[in-house]
Every structure is written in C-alpha cells, then in structure tokens.
Write a protein that binds this ligand. Structure first.
Ligand code: KMT
Ligand code: NI
Length: 179
C-alpha cells in the first residue's frame, strides 16, 4: 500500500529511503491534495481499475519501460536525468508491473515527499508538479507508461523558465482548489 514520507534534507545516496530523523510519513490524502493519484491494483487481469483510470483519463497509449543497468540503453545518463527535478506539460502516469522505485514530489512548501512505488501501484503525477524518479538499491523497475495521444516525455528541468510556464499556474490553481 502507499508508503510516502518527507525526505531528509541531506541525501547521501538517492537509492536509499532518505528518511528524516525521526521519520515523518505522508498520508494518501496529502498526496491527493497535491493532485497525485495513487491506486493499488495488484491483479490488473482481474481488476478493472487500471482500465477504468485509462478510460476516465483518456489514456489510449501505453508502452513499457524497464529501468535496469543491463536493460536500459544509456543507463547512467537516464538515471541522472530522471533524478533531476523537472516538470512535464502532461501527466506522468505509470503502472508498476514489477520491481520498485521512488517518485519524489514537491509539496506546497517545496518539501520533498518520497513515494515508494511498488508492483501493482498506479501513480499519476499531474502536469506541472515538480518531481523526480530513482530506482532503489535493487536497481530494477518495469513500468507501463500511459499517455493520452502521441506520447511526449519531455522533461523541463526546474529553473526560472519553468516557474513561469503556464502549466505551473494551471497546476497551482488546481491544487489551490483541492484543499
Ligand atoms: C520518467 O519519465 O521519469 C520515467 O519514465 C522514469 C520513471 S518510470 C518508473
Ligand atoms: Ni517526469
């Protein structure tokens, strides 16, 4: 089930849990207030939840990404870019088919929340949210990427320009109404 926590201010190794001391957990409600959708769908062949979300959100494209040193071309470069803080102009929707990893998202006070994403988890990070991703020490995740229309995965790394993108305003308005 969902397991999310506020991150330590100092990261020794991004692949570790990076808890605060003492740990401070984050609720599903809090994630929902940030516009993050989380559902646990352990048996997608029996549970129609994944298909429902796809129908609701209009996700008509899907592919698979395997993140692992052996399987992913340009592994080091990709791992580095996934962990740069960025946003997208579309939702980032992932269903974790195997393995696990961490999606980190910024809350309204700009604190990092780490979301453990495991087999059977569906996560949708809304367009405009600042986030990043890393594998854990097992170095393996197999995720289904969902998208509406022709996929555009372009990350915009955080900076002055991204703060001024219209999608940031849209996102801010969306979450202002959500809490
Ligand atoms: C992305 O866009 O950050 C990724 O596809 C990596 C996460 S998928 C488990
Ligand atoms: Ni992303």
């Amino acid at each position: 089930m969902v397991n999310a926590w506020y991150m330590s201010d100092t990261i020794v190794d991004q692949r570790q849990e990076c808890h605060r001391s003492p740990p401070e957990f984050c609720s599903l409600e809090k994630l929902a207030q940030l516009g993050v959708v989380y559902r646990h769908i352990p048996t997608p062949e029996k549970d129609t939840g994944l298909e429902q979300v796809c129908a609701e959100q209009g996700y008509d494209y899907r592919d698979e990404i395997v993140i692992n040193r052996e399987k992913l071309p340009n592994y080091d470069e990709k791992i580095k870019s996934f962990f740069e803080e960025h946003l997208h102009t579309d939702d980032e929707a992932r269903y974790i088919a195997k393995g696990c990893g961490y999606f980190d998202v910024r809350d309204k006070q700009d604190r990092w929340i780490r979301i453990l994403s495991e087999e059977g988890d569906l996560l949708v990070l809304p367009a405009g949210i600042y986030h990043r991703f890393t594998v854990d020490e097992n170095d393996y995740i197999n995720a289904i990427r969902l998208f509406k229309g022709v996929p555009v995965w372009t990350p915009y790394n955080r900076g002055k320009e991204t703060d001024q993108m219209p999608i940031r305003d849209e996102y801010a308005q969306k979450i202002a109404n959500a809490s």
